[in-house]
Design a protein around this ligand. Sequence first.
Ligand code: FPP
Length: 287
Amino acid sequence: MKSLNRINGFFGKLGYVFRKCIFHVLSVGPIPTHIAFIMDGNRRYARKLNLKEGSGHRAGFSALMSMLKYCYELGVKYVTVYAFSVDNFNRSPEEVQSVMDLMQEKIEELLMQESIVNSFGIRLHFIGNLKLLNETTRAAAEKAMTATAKNDNVVLLICVAYSSTDEITHAVQESCREKLCKIQELESSGSGGDLIGVDYNENDQEFAIKLSDIERHMYMSVSPEPDILVRTSGAYRLSNFLLWQTTHSYLYSPVALWPEISFWHLVWVVLNFQHVQPTLEKRKKLV
Ligand SMILES: CC(C)=CCC/C(C)=C/CC/C(C)=C/COP(=O)(O)OP(=O)(O)O
């Protein structure tokens, strides 16, 4: 057993040195700040290998841990993953429960001393309508956010109970609520006149809802826009994921199912991103 551990340790170190060399070459070009992943194809992976249901999502979590390690070693600051959409709640209650149980178990593992979270100093954000989660999963997510709130090396955003349309609706509602509170405050202090009634001037800039108000209330406002969006399994659909934030992102959809994603997919997408990055930057400046 001891000698097996030594062999594993040796190959682990060798892999690390090899990756360091490749990343050194990549760092001649621009390194993406933020990469987002749609982890598609976990159930198909289980079916393909005749594994029992649920094994696909477990394999998906292991693939995520490897990918996070590669991204953070490369120097990527933000990684976002689509772990569970609002629509995924329409799956069978058994499957929803199984993914929630897995998530809870893995969140607890992530908070352990020897986990990737501690070795890279990761700050965890759970993004989405967390009220839709069951109580235990929500409590685990909140505990993880509090426990990692002081980490400032790199960030992992886990989108659960998330959809872009829900995020945008939430941001618009919050912006309206904020303005309404402001108007009510002024009215009750007596300095605003009848702001809600006929005297309210709708051209008054102070009370108009601006783009910056909506952006401030987005769940994703804690990160810059993704430079790269990867969706595995060869599908070119965004499936209601980061629709507001991906106008200038480079899209990549390898045919590999999520548990099959590898180090080389990351190298390939970064090389392609580096090739188009000057054009993407120019487009951003034109907006
Ligand atoms: C703590 C943490 C981050 C946990 C994440 C666990 C994990 C890998 C969740 C993936 C969930 C999911 C619905 C993926 C989509 O594949 P699919 O089920 O739609 O598979 P298919 O495309 O083959 O149908």
